[in-house]
Design a protein around this ligand. Structure first.
Ligand code: FES
Length: 73
């Protein structure tokens, strides 16, 4: 299974990564505000947090809140 987007809001993680490159230092709260990612089912949130940490935008394994816990926003 290939996981590469916020399904609820149809936003690819790579799109968020490009936006982050133009907004260095942005926090996850700002991603939520800009793209609405994480405001629906919330399943994309740990993937996006991992993306912020590692730069990955495509995943082939499940990433949960346990793997990438919320950080202060
Ligand atoms: S997949 Fe992003 S909020 Fe549901």
């Amino acid at each position: 299974m290939r996981i590469e987007r916020c399904v609820c809001h149809k936003v690819e993680f790579s799109t968020v990564k490009r936006w982050l490159a133009a907004h260095p230092g942005a926090h996850f709260a700002e991603i939520k505000q800009e793209f609405k990612c994480g405001t629906g089912c919330g399943l994309c949130a740990p993937y996006l947090r991992r993306m912020m940490r590692t730069g990955e935008t495509v995943y082939y394994q499940i990433v949960t809140e346990r793997d990438e816990p919320p950080t202060p926003e």
